[in-house]
Design a protein around this ligand. Structure first.
Ligand code: PLP
Length: 398
């Protein structure tokens, strides 16, 4: 065995990959399995983006692009961000944007650019499972702050304030949230901004992960952090991309928008790691960003309908605890009432997969070992059947 670097041991194996391997094994054995683990929309890439890629291939757009992305794409990203952050005194331009291989690389770049060994980064739990791993890989210390089911998994400004110390370098915010579906209102975000304006929090940066910006279900409304708190402009990195909003997860288009000092550092790091993203994906990104938001409305309506299907069916069991999600496409379901002796979410998820043929992800890597995460990014009929099996399984469990 090659002597691996110590950092490898600090990161866990992906829970989703492990579970998917089990799903594949059961399917191979001819079992009827309903997979509710997807972290991606089940829609196809829009035709305009497909056409743009074909045209880019024909036009031999096969050379390296600028590290931060082609100008046209960065301009569209800046325009989209400006529209979502209308109160800024200084408007974003292409020079504030770095296009990366998905929002994941954008977050990773930002952490590499900002975190020094020992710096603390506040992560609100339940969290997207990659945040702590990125922070650790960058030498930082994830400071996980738990929120409670009873508080709808929302953090209060007071609770946030208590976590800020002299070692706090940044806070990661994610609204709408994976895995809880929490959407913070403009008011709530302004209150966080007040905390960050307090004397003890002056140097604290914010990574605002807004990848689910389109997935907020009325009456909830997506608010970009810098819409609510324009005065924080010099210390917020806004991260977003096309993965969820345009169903382009595999095409790997994400970005960061940040003040010049941070953007230049991110571009420098990306220049020595992956360089600019695939030229064809950038052509697709341009086409996707030129589309009207209304062209994606049917997707959002489908997700809303499916969210309601999940709430309706899982709501039939008193053993399942749910905070109705206002956004994203996941439901975090509390199932500890059904755990066997010494069991946790992973054991429960495995048992449900084997006995009821429904795959969900354990909440443990998201910071909630009493919950499982179910994705409603599947067609209505499959979702209904999966939820019915879920309910009948928990009703039979102790
Ligand atoms: N942020 C959150 C909250 C996510 O859920 C995901 C993907 O699941 C990402 C970032 C990564 O997005 P991308 O596929 O663009 O890297």
């Amino acid at each position: 065995m090659a002597p691996l670097a110590k950092r490898v041991a600090t990161i866990p194996e992906s829970e989703t990959l492990r579970l998917n391997a089990l799903v594949q094994k059961l399917k191979k054995e001819g079992r009827d399995v309903i997979n509710l683990t997807a972290g991606e929309p089940d829609f196809n890439v829009p035709d305009a983006a497909k056409t743009a890629v074909i045209e880019a291939v024909t036009a031999n757009r096969s050379k390296y692009t600028p590290v931060a992305g082609i100008a046209e794409l960065r301009e569209l990203v800046a325009a989209k961000t400006n529209a979502q952050q209308p109160g800024l005194t200084s408007r974003w331009s292409a020079s504030h944007v770095v296009v990366s291989n998905g929002a994941k690389q954008a977050l990773y770049n930002a952490c590499l650019a900002l975190i020094d060994p020992g710096d603390e980064v506040i992560i609100i739990s339940p969290y997207w499972l990659t945040y702590p791993e990125i922070v650790k890989l960058c030498g930082g210390v994830p400071k996980v702050v738990k929120t409670r089911f009873e508080d709808q998994f929302k953090i209060s400004p007071e609770a946030l304030k208590k976590q800020i110390t002299a070692r706090t370098k940044a806070v990661i915010l994610n609204s709408p949230s994976n895995p809880t579906g929490v959407v913070y209102s403009k008011d709530e975000l302004s209150q966080f901004a007040d905390v960050l304006q307090s004397p003890s929090a002056q140097g604290v940066l914010v990574l605002s992960d807004e990848i689910y910006d389109r997935h907020a279900y009325e009456p909830a409304r997506f608010t970009s952090l810098l819409e609510a708190a324009p005065s924080l402009q010099d210390r917020v990195v806004t991260v977003n991309g096309m993965s969820k909003s345009a169903a382009m997860t595999g095409w790997r288009i994400g970005w960061s928008v940040a003040p010049h000092g941070i953007t230049d550092a991110i571009a420098k790091l990306q220049g020595q790691t992956t360089s600019g993203i695939n030229a064809l994906a950038q052509a697709a990104g341009v086409a996707g960003l030129r589309m009207q938001v209304s062209e994606f409305r049917h997707q959002i309506e489908a997700f809303r309908r499916r969210r309601d299907i999940v709430l309706e069916i899982l709501g039939q069991s008193e053993k399942i605890k749910i905070v109705p999600p206002d956004g994203a496409f996941y439901v975090l379901a509390g199932v500890s009432a059904c755990f066997g002796l010494g069991e946790e979410a992973a054991g429960f998820a495995e048992r449900m997969l084997e006995q009821a043929g429904v795959a969900v992800v354990a909440g443990t890597p998201f910071g909630e070992p009493d919950f499982v995460r179910l994705s409603f990014a599947v067609d209505d009929a499959t979702l209904e059947e999966g939820c019915r099996r879920f309910v009948s399984f928990v009703e039979k469990s102790s």
